[in-house]
Write a protein that binds this ligand. Structure first.
Ligand code: DGL
Length: 283
């Protein structure tokens, strides 16, 4: 059975790319909800409904496992769907299906700790504070998921989130590089002003931003480590398959790319990232 990869648009391709490198023989179906992108400025209930609809579509296409390659969907919708929808839906389908997100693996990579580990609050003096910047959509920033979950695990890491309201939409539309560079430089400057200095590390907490990771690297002080969300997700999925042998990945190296929006060629920005022109079929 295929692995489904879901995003509001082209951002999840950054995760898909790394998953395919990790599981080259597996079958993959990518779904971009481009009819409704961007998600990051939408109310929470809409994000939950759109994410559920995307998962249903991928399960109907034959996927057993869906990776939400979207921080906004993972942070806002995943827990709700796991609690209120997935158990009944799974029973109705009569086969084991699951939905996984990308925030847990990212937090594990950022803290260097397994998800189950929560720090004891002993009130020890923190000798050196590690300042972690998270660039994300407004919905992810408003959820404070990175602040809350990292604070539970590491008292020596301080998280500052920078919402970037226009950025996913610009990337989705394939905006020119100078426009993207100016927007990214503005957000890097804004967060450094808020912190009072440059961050020590950063998370590109919206999968679209990976497509412009080079522009973030240019705007941040040279050598600032970026926590690589696609890699963290691929590592976490490999561990998941070890724990859950009931999920198989297919073995025909199927690659399908579906969109709820306009089918056809994606932007030259996407082609440059992908290394070749990429065309989507109608979902
Ligand atoms: N790529 C998505 C994320 O990681 C969503 C961007 C959007 O639709 O606003 O958050």
């Amino acid at each position: 059975m295929a692995i489904g990869v879901f995003d509001s648009g082209v951002g999840g391709l950054s995760v898909h790319h790394r998953l395919v490198e990790r599981f080259p023989a597996a079958d993959f179906i990518y779904l971009a909800d481009q009819a409704n992108t961007p998600y990051g400025g939408r109310p929470g209930e809409e994000i939950v409904d759109l994410t559920r609809t995307g998962c249903e579509r991928l399960f109907a296409e034959g996927c057993d496992l869906v990776v939400l390659a979207c921080n906004t969907a993972s942070g806002i919708a995943l827990r709700r769907l796991q609690q209120t929808w997935l158990p009944g839906y799974r029973r109705g389908l009569g086969r084991p299906v699951n939905v996984l997100g990308i925030i847990v693996p990212t937090i594990e990579a950022a803290t260097g700790l397994p998800w189950e580990h929560e720090a004891e609050r002993r009130g020890d003096k923190v000798e050196k504070l590690d300042i972690l910047a998270v660039f994300s959509t407004p919905a992810t920033a408003a959820s404070r998921v990175y602040e809350i979950e990292i604070d539970k695990r590491r008292q020596d890491v301080a998280v500052f989130s920078q919402p970037c309201p226009e950025l996913a939409g610009l990337i989705e539309a394939g905006a020119p590089r100078d426009e993207l560079a100016a927007a990214i430089a503005g957000h890097v400057k804004a967060i450094a002003t808020r912190i009072g200095r440059a961050p020590d590390r950063a998370i590109l907490g919206c999968t679209h931003y990976e497509i412009t990771a080079d522009l973030f690297r240019e705007a941040l002080p040279p050598g600032t480590p970026l926590i690589h969300q696609p890699q963290a997700t691929a590592d976490a999925l490999a561990r998941y398959f070890e724990r859950h042998p009931e999920f198989t990945t297919g073995s025909d190296a199927v690659r399908r790319f579906l969109t709820t929006g306009r089918p056809g060629a994606q932007s030259s920005l996407v082609a440059a990232f992908w290394g070749a022109p990429l065309s989507f079929e109608r979902a």
